[in-house]
Design a binder for this molecule. Sequence first.
Ligand SMILES: [Zn+2]
Length: 99
Amino acid sequence: MIGAVTGVVVLVILVVVVIMSVGSARSYGIERIARCRAGHLFTSTVIPGASIKAVRLGNVRFQRCPVGHHWSLVSWVDPSTLTPEELAAARSRHDIRLP
Ligand SMILES: [Zn+2]
């Protein structure tokens, strides 16, 4: 009886820890502008050392483009090289909010 109660308590604590770590990972994420091979611009969340939605190949990633709805090699773009219109377009499109 005590063992079952302890098991439930441990399970609840584990669930809370996982939810909190996912929440903090989101707040630590860095928003970066990305461009796919077709030229689509969008915003992607980056968490250093973590990547579950993309295959990283050095500075290039293979991930789903939220603009063209296709898989593509994606590279980071320096926001200062974009026009205000391009920047606004990129910021209005965001991929899934996971690293
Ligand atoms: Zn694209």
